[in-house]
Design a protein around this ligand. Sequence first.
Ligand SMILES: [Zn+2]
Length: 283
Amino acid sequence: MKNSFMVLAILISFYFSMNNHTFANEDIHQEVGTIEPSTFINNQELTNLKDVSNENVRQLQQPVDLNELQRRYPDIVFLEDPNNTQNQIALTFDDGPDQRFTNDILDILREYNVPATFFLLGSRAVAYPEIVTRIQNEGHIIGNHTYFHPNLVEEGDLATLEREVSRTEDALYELINYRTSLFRPPYGFLFNELVEKVAELQYDVIAWSVDSLDWQEEPPEIIANRVINEVNAGSIILMHDGADWDGNRTNTIEALRQIIPTLQEQGYNFVTVPELLNIPYQK
Ligand SMILES: [Zn+2]
């Protein structure tokens, strides 16, 4: 038994040494504390280990890296448009609507005539319906980011996912009159069965290729430079218009004033996620 644990540890560390790409840690903030990339375990690697029973795999369930999920489910999970030839990029905003910050972001987007994609929390959409209406009226696209922002992997059951997604879908439908088909998981945390459930609910999973890390609330120029330096044609950029009660998105707002004109001057065209990926945004 001891030997099998050692084999497991060696295989896991081998896996991480072979996969030195950026882990897509979305807004991992106060709610759950910072989660180190090393806590990610590739489910397939675990399943391949003969001595690990299914029961143990269940107990060890961890988020699967989104790059890996994209390879496993190329028609469901999207990180970017890898073949974009039109210099298109997409701004995305999570965790809103937020009465403290979302309107300022909408003002900037309007000023620069930039459409974006907002992944809303159902609970906040119900609390601030007028902001949801404004997002829609100003030409932006709305996606589903669950109702209460749970860690779906920690919850681990498909019923939680279905409840969170469906409740949000129904709440948004009341406000925007369409059923969104775009889903972004809180923290970017999913594993195989959850992806398959999302697909069954007729959603695409929209991840990202450029993480602004704006939830860390660094100075605006640091957030802006990170995005500007990492963008390529086809990039999906992760930012946040919403925050916890003690969070602040003022630096995100200021960073946008640098990001948008700089990238426009470099010849990039901002589009919505469904336009970038040429996928539908409603069912
Ligand atoms: Zn989020």
